[in-house]
Each structure stands twice: as C-alpha cells, then as structure tokens.
Design a protein around this ligand. Sequence first.
Ligand code: GLN
Length: 481
Amino acid sequence: MDIIELSAMEMKTKLKNRELSARDIVEAHLERIEEREGELNAFITVTEEKALEIADKIDRKMKDKEELGILAGIPIGIKDNIITYGIKTTCASRMLKDFIPPYESTVVERVIEEDGIILGKTNLDEFAIGSLTDTSYFGATRNPVDLDRSPGGSSGGSTAAVKAGEVAISLGSDTGGSIRQPASYCGVVGIKPTYGLISRYGLVAVANSLDQIGVSGRNVLDAALMLEAIAGYDKKDSTSVDMGPVNYLENLKEGIEGMKIGLPKEYMNIDIEPGIKDKLMKAIKIFESLGAKVEEISLPNTEWALSTYYVIAASEITSNLSRFDGIRYGYRAKEYETLDELYINTRTKAFGREVKRRILAGTYFLSNKHVEEYYKKALRMRTLIKEDFDKAFEKYDIILSPTTPNLPFKQNVDNDPFIMAKSDIFTVPVNLAGICAMSIPCGHIGKLPVGLQIIGDRFGELNILKAGYAFERHSSIGGDK
Ligand code: GLN
C-alpha cells in the first residue's frame, strides 16, 4: 500500500481500523516531502518535529481508546498567510520572513482540535497577490503535473503539495480565484466558501471584503471533510455568520436529480481555449445524464467584473498593507535618518514588485481626486454584479463555467500582469458577490488538467458539494474514496 496515494478519508479509516498508525502516515508524507521539495518548492517551512509529536499523541489517544477528531491522522498543509502560533508565518514576503506569531488563527485552532496533523506552511505569491506562485521571496513553486509550468496562484504551494502527495489536504485563501485557479491547473478539487462561513481571524488581510479561507483536496469528499472541520461562527471575526452546524458529509451523496443548473451566455462569449470549451460541454452532458436540468442564463454585468475586482482589490490592498511600516512588526530598514525615511526604505526594500504595483494603483484609486471615478464606481458595480447572481439563484441551484479560460501558464514565460488578470475572469465575480464556488477536475488536454467551476449561492455549499460529488463519480476522473 502506498500511503501517500490514499485519500484523506482512507487514511482516517485505516487509522481507525489500526491498519496504519498516525506515525506511519506522517513519516510517509515527510519522506515524500524530502523527495519532491527540491523540484517543487511547495513549502516555506516544514514542521517535521511538531508533526511527529502530534502523530504520537494521536497514536496514544488511539491506544487509550479516547475519542478522535474528524481530521485524525490526516497530514495537512497551511498556506503561509494563515497565522500559526509559534510557527513562522511569512506571507512569502521579505517583510515577514522571520515573523513568529504570538497567537493562533481560528482555522488552525480547529484543525488542531480535530486532530489534524500540520506538516508545514506552504508557498504562495507574496501576500497572496498574484496568479503563478512566482512572486514569493522564497522562490517559485512548480506544477507537479508539468515542472515547466506554474501551479497557478496564489495558493500554488498548498495545491501543488496536495497534488504531489506531500499532504492529503490543505488550506489556502481565495481573494479572486487563488484556490480555484491553482486547483484547476494542478488537477485537484478547490473550494472557495461563502464569505462569512469560515473565520478569517488570523488570515493576513489583503483585500478583506474579498478574502476567504478555503480548502484543496484530491477529491470532493476530502475537501468536504476539511470544510466541515473549519466552518462555523467565530466571535473573533465580525464578518463571520452563525449558520448553525453544517452536515456536508452526511448529505452530499443525495444526488442531483432535478437540480437546476444555469449556464451564463456571457461566459460563452469570452475568449476560451477551444479544448476547454469542449470539456465544459462534455461536463454539461454528464450533469444532464444525472437528472439535472441545464439552461442558458444571463449575468449581464460580467464584462465589468475584472475592472471592478482590480479596483476594489488594489484599494483594499493599499489600506491593509499600510500596517507594514517597519515599526510594529516585520522587516525594518537599517538605514534611515527621519521617520519618513524609515517608512520609505523599509517598504521599498521589503515589498516585491507586484505588491508595490497594487499599492500604487490602490493609492491612485483612493486619492481624493479619483475616488469617485474609480473606487466608488467599483463599489456600485459590485452591487450590480451581486444582483445578477441573486437573480440567477432565484431560479437555479448552481451555475457552471470553466474555472479559467486557459491551461496552466509556462514558468518564467507567461507573466504579463494583464494576461494574468484576464485569466481571473470566471473566478473574481464569485468573490465580488460573496458567494461560493468549487473547481473540480473535468479532464485533460494532453497531460494538462482542466477545471470545471461549480458556483453556488450564499451558503449554498451543500449544492456545490452534491453536484461535484455526483460529477466526480460519474466522469471517471475522480473517486469515491
Ligand atoms: N490573481 C488574483 C490577484 O492577483 C487573485 C489573488 C487571490 O485570490 N489571492 O489578485
């Protein structure tokens, strides 16, 4: 049995049946990390000792017949913009390269409570801004499917680690597609939950009205398991919503007979690589064969989504990253004479190019002279985009689209910021509207994976999980594990 090829669910069962110990599972994954990290660079920090310590604790609990949490024995990666108490949290930036947080994020607290085993902190674009996981201060991550390609971004480390079997599940963050786009490019399942379902306490904010913590797994059940573990109200996050307990795992196998699916006609006019459109059409046929009804719908404000997103995201980035001033925490420039020079030299030295580009753009959008023309207009557009979805969800349960209009980008070749931005066209509307979506593998072109995006209404996670699960089982690309 190759332990790293088991799904998270299978690991859990084998631990329970005493076919494997938590130590066996962790050791196999640490070995895999050792083997693959040289070429992948999916991790910034591997917490080997701590992981083995927790594994032994779980094995002891098993021996003593203590009750175990729902993530017991499962190796997990955490994106390095999610705070971990006592473990370096860098945001892949020189600014925080040595930052050791004095507190715990709520999601990590829940992972630990459920006996999950954290193997380390995964690589990302600096401050989760980007699309290739190549702006990291710690070097780029590569795509395990094709080492000449990027895994996508910004949660490229979390996603590559799952694909390569370095961990079974991971946590990432998604502001405009950063979990779904890499999931599509690496061929795994990635979920961006509804804004408010998962506590953001301890997620380093970049564009806080869009940011959401989410999950990646090798199949829908694994992703749903992690989602169930971390979802729920948290009084430490004022945007968290109390929806009561969730029961995804129990209900997601219900089937999709009679489900109503919308296919936005505006999405079909977007420049999509032809092979990707074919995969979408094939997926639609599968959904129909499972008893769902697919109809064309309209999301008339789609064409404004990218500009709206980039104005709002940059404005919030400017404001959130102003806290990195060289005084409170993180990097401080050595040479300065005045306070202004301290700020300027610190930020000049410790932020990378893409982060600076966004800060500059956001400062412009928020400036007295331009705030009406850009920022306030973008806020009004955001409402219209959200209303498009509200209207669609009055009649439909889910909406389908490709996750991205293109295949994974080549490393060090495709890095034009405008091309990157365009590739977010199907993912950013979901963040603007605060709703949920999943990317699920729907086939390959050559060896490169293609992702299907299943969009659900606010707190419609069960619908997207049901649809994803049914699709995965019947498209012979995933597994019921
Ligand atoms: N690619 C998008 C951006 O650069 C999304 C980033 C994200 O979701 N964190 O803004």
